[in-house]
Write a protein that binds this ligand. Structure first.
Ligand SMILES: NC(=O)c1ccc[n+]([C@@H]2O[C@H](COP(=O)([O-])OP(=O)(O)OC[C@H]3O[C@@H](n4cnc5c(N)ncnc54)[C@H](O)[C@@H]3O)[C@@H](O)[C@H]2O)c1
Length: 380
């Protein structure tokens, strides 16, 4: 039996997945708020122990923790958990400073516990489908991608009781791209074996009326080791409808473009592809529905049970938990390991320096096991 503790209510998004996996049980829940704890314990059901203090939960006999507290808590809590002998699955982003990222890698190496980055956007069926189509060569050689996270969160800057929320400081209190991995993670699925080596970030300045420093939209260009280019855009304060999972992939043989207008677009925008191998009768390129290619979906998505689908995102919210539990059982680090988490998070952290220095290009450290000390720095 694997016993799980959850910290922060957002961790309840894993509830259905954890319930559906055999020999796994949520035995502990932690939240600073008594009210949130009470509601969470009711949702979890059974004999769940509740804690206000994270370190107290670590003294219980859990094997693993799911960290879903605010971003600034992630690294201190992940380190404390691994020191206490627990495996970790951690929400996005991995950390809030470059030093934190280096400590995180060192801690995973020291205690040899499983660390999985809970970048759930990767598990969206369309992302997985495009990944398999890339592997099958349908796009030829991919060389350019876009990922956009457009989500007006101004209403989350202050809690309902009027107190300032953590997002005012750790997200919208920062310049640059504070929340990059929902965009980077999915597009990096389409460049297997590649990594981001340099970033440069630009913004049109700060035009919000909420009294926070966040840029009114940032565009971060990322270059990769294999010479590919990513354009990552985040805008969390401009007035516009949400569109949080907007992607594009261009290859030598075709293009994928996700629905750009998000929910509520009445004209029916859709996820689409245009491939040289599927020209129109007149020999031209035109768009067709991505799901004309659904035979390329990974088998576990095609064969997802009703219950797995119910976990959310057509089974995606189940598979992320399944991958974590499989990693804990096998002792093998998951694909979304600490180095991947740190590379994608570092791109965003470095963008703060870049955007405030006229778009200066900055190198992203090569996060890998036993990284030498002289590489654990920001190169200006
Ligand atoms: N993957 C996704 O799609 C997604 C979506 C939303 C949020 N998130 C991430 O989830 C995390 C939480 O975001 P949220 O929107 O739920 O925030 P929130 O402010 O709504 O909730 C945070 C919860 O954590 C509790 N908390 C705060 N500090 C704590 C501590 N030290 N110990 C224990 N509990 C503590 C709070 O009481 C609150 O219940 C963030 O890291 C955010 O980036 C991810």
């Amino acid at each position: 039996m694997i016993k799980i503790g959850i910290a922060g209510c957002r961790g309840l998004s894993t509830l259905q997945g954890l319930h559906d996996i055999e020999d796994v049980q949520i035995t502990a829940m932690c939240d600073l708020s008594e009210e949130h704890l009470k509601n969470a314990a009711e949702k979890i059901g059974g004999d769940v122990k509740t804690f206000r203090v994270f370190e107290d939960m670590l003294e219980s006999d859990i094997d693993a923790v799911i960290i879903a507290t605010p971003m600034q808590c992630h690294v201190p809590q992940a380190i404390a958990a691994m020191e206490a002998g627990k495996h970790v699955m951690c929400e996005v982003t991995a950390g809030v400073s470059m030093d934190e990222l280096f400590w995180l890698c060192e801690t995973v190496e020291k205690y040899n516990k499983i660390y999985m980055y809970a970048e759930n956007y990767i598990y969206a069926p369309k992302v997985q489908l495009v990944k398999e189509m890339v592997a099958a060569g349908l796009f030829g050689r991919p060389y350019y991608a876009e990922g956009m996270y457009l989500h007006d969160i101004h209403d989350l800057l202050v809690y309902p009781d009027g107190k300032t929320s953590w997002r005012s400081y750790w997200q919208c209190g920062k310049r640059g791209n504070f929340y990059p991995t929902h965009s980077i993670g999915p597009v990096m699925q389409w460049f297997p074996g590649d990594r981001i080596t340099e970033i440069s970030c630009f913004s049109p300045g700060v035009h919000n009326e909420y009294g926070v420093k966040q840029d009114s939209g940032t565009t971060m260009m990322c270059r990769t080791e294999q010479g590919n280019l990513l354009e990552i855009r985040t805008d969390c304060l401009s007035p516009r409808p949400h569109c949080m999972d907007n992607y594009l992939l261009q290859g030598t043989e075709g293009i994928f473009q996700s629905a750009q207008y998000g929910k509520g677009w009445s004209n029916g925008d859709f996820d689409r592809v245009s491939l040289r191998s599927h020209l129109t009768e007149k020999g031209a390129m035109d768009w067709e529905d991505l799901y004309n290619y659904k035979q390329y979906l990974p088998d576990r998505y095609k064969n997802a049970t009703e219950s797995q689908r119910r976990a959310g995102h057509d089974g995606g919210d189940y598979f992320i938990v399944e991958d974590f539990i499989n990693a804990v059982r096998s002792g093998q680090q998951p694909e979304l390991d600490v180095y991947t988490a740190c590379e994608w998070t570092a791109a965003g952290l470095l963008s703060t320096l870049s955007v405030t220095n006229n778009g200066k290009t900055l190198a992203v450290p090569h996060f890998r096991p036993n990284m030498p000390l002289e590489e654990k720095k920001v190169i200006l």
